[in-house]
Design a binder for this molecule. Structure first.
Ligand SMILES: Nc1nc2c(ncn2[C@@H]2O[C@H](COP(=O)(O)OP(=O)(O)O)[C@@H](O)[C@H]2O)c(=O)[nH]1
Ligand SMILES: [Mg+2]
Length: 237
C-alpha cells in the first residue's frame, strides 16, 4: 500500500482536474490520490469517477452539497487516518500548486517535519498572475496572523502542505471549527502551539488559468474574526 495520500478538494474544477492528477502521477507515482468533490454542478465528480475507474490509485468521496474547504479536508483526513497512510498531502485542484514540488516536500516530512508548508512568502517563494488585491489580502492576512497569534509561520494560509499522519492524529480534528480557508490557519497554529516541527518550503504559486476562484469576502471575514479571537484568548505561546 502507498504511504502517501494526496487529497484534492474540488468544486467546479472540470477543466483542471485531469491535468493536475496527471502531473501528480508523473511526480509521485507511488502515492494514492483522493478527490473530495462537493457535488460540483459542472460534472467534476463524474470526471473523477471516470479517472478512478481506470486507476486503482485514485479514489473519490462525494459530498451532497458545497460544504467548504475545511469540511472536504476533514473528510479526506478521516479517510487517510482510517487507511493508515504515513503522509497526507493537501493540494489545490486548479493547477496553482505544482506537483513537481512534492518529492522535495515529502522528503522534508520523511526527515521528520510534522508539517511542510509550500510557502509563497519565504525567500524563493512567489505568486504569479495575482491582482494586487489578492496579493494584499494574502500578505496582509499573513502578517496580521503572525503578529496576533505570535506565529513564526510566514504563509499560514497556504493550501499546499504535507502532514505527518501522526501529527494530524495528535489533533482533535473533531473540534476544528473553521470552515473556509481559515481551516489552514487553525491546523497550522494548533500544530505550532503543540511544539510540532513545521518547515516552510518555497513554492511559486501560479493563479489558475481556467475556472473560477471560490474565494469570497465571507472567507476573509471568517479568518479575520477567528484569528482575532484566538489572539485575544491565546493561553500560551
Ligand atoms: N470540496 C470542496 N472544494 C473546494 C471548496 N472551495 C474551494 N475548493 C477547492 O479548493 C481549492 C482552492 O480553491 P480556489 O477557489 O482555487 O481558491 P484560491 O486559490 O484561494 O482562489 C480548489 O481545488 C477548489 O476547487 C468547497 O467548498 N468544497
Ligand atoms: Mg486557486
Amino acid at each position: 500500500m502507498a504511504e502517501t495520500l494526496i487529497i484534492l478538494p474540488t468544486f467546479n474544477e472540470i477543466e483542471s482536474l485531469e491535468s493536475v492528477i496527471g502531473r501528480i502521477r508523473q511526480w509521485v507515482p507511488s502515492a494514492d490520490v483522493l478527490v473530495v468533490d462537493d457535488a460540483s454542478p459542472d460534472g467534476t465528480g463524474e470526471l473523477a469517477e471516470g479517472l478512478a475507474a481506470g486507476d486503482p490509485g485514485i479514489s473519490v468521496l462525494h459530498h451532497g452539497a458545497k460544504a467548504g474547504l475545511g469540511r472536504a479536508y476533514l473528510a479526506g483526513f478521516d479517510y487517510a487516518l482510517g487507511h493508515a497512510y504515513r503522509f497526507v498531502v493537501e493540494i489545490d485542484a486548479d493547477g496553482s500548486h505544482d506537483p513537481a514540488e512534492l518529492p522535495a516536500m515529502l522528503e522534508l516530512a520523511d526527515a521528520g517535519a510534522d508539517l511542510v508548508i509550500g510557502s509563497r512568502w519565504v525567500a524563493g517563494g512567489s505568486v504569479r498572475n495575482w491582482p494586487w488585491i489578492r496579493r494584499a489580502i494574502s500578505r496582509g492576512g499573513n502578517s496580521y496572523a503572525r503578529g496576533v497569534l505570535r506565529s513564526r509561520i510566514h504563509d499560514i494560509t497556504a493550501g499546499y502542505r504535507v502532514y505527518a499522519a501522526d501529527a494530524l492524529r495528535s489533533l482533535e480534528l473533531g473540534s476544528i471549527s473553521s470552515q473556509g480557508y481559515c481551516f489552514q490557519v487553525e491546523l497550522a497554529w494548533r500544530l505550532e502551539r503543540s511544539g510540532k516541527a513545521i518547515v516552510e518550503h518555497p513554492i511559486v504559486f501560479v493563479e489558475r488559468a481556467a475556472g473560477r476562484s471560490k474565494m469570497h469576502l465571507g472567507i476573509v471575514m471568517e479568518a479575520l474574526f477567528r484569528v482575532t479571537l484566538w489572539g485575544l484568548f491565546r493561553t500560551k505561546g
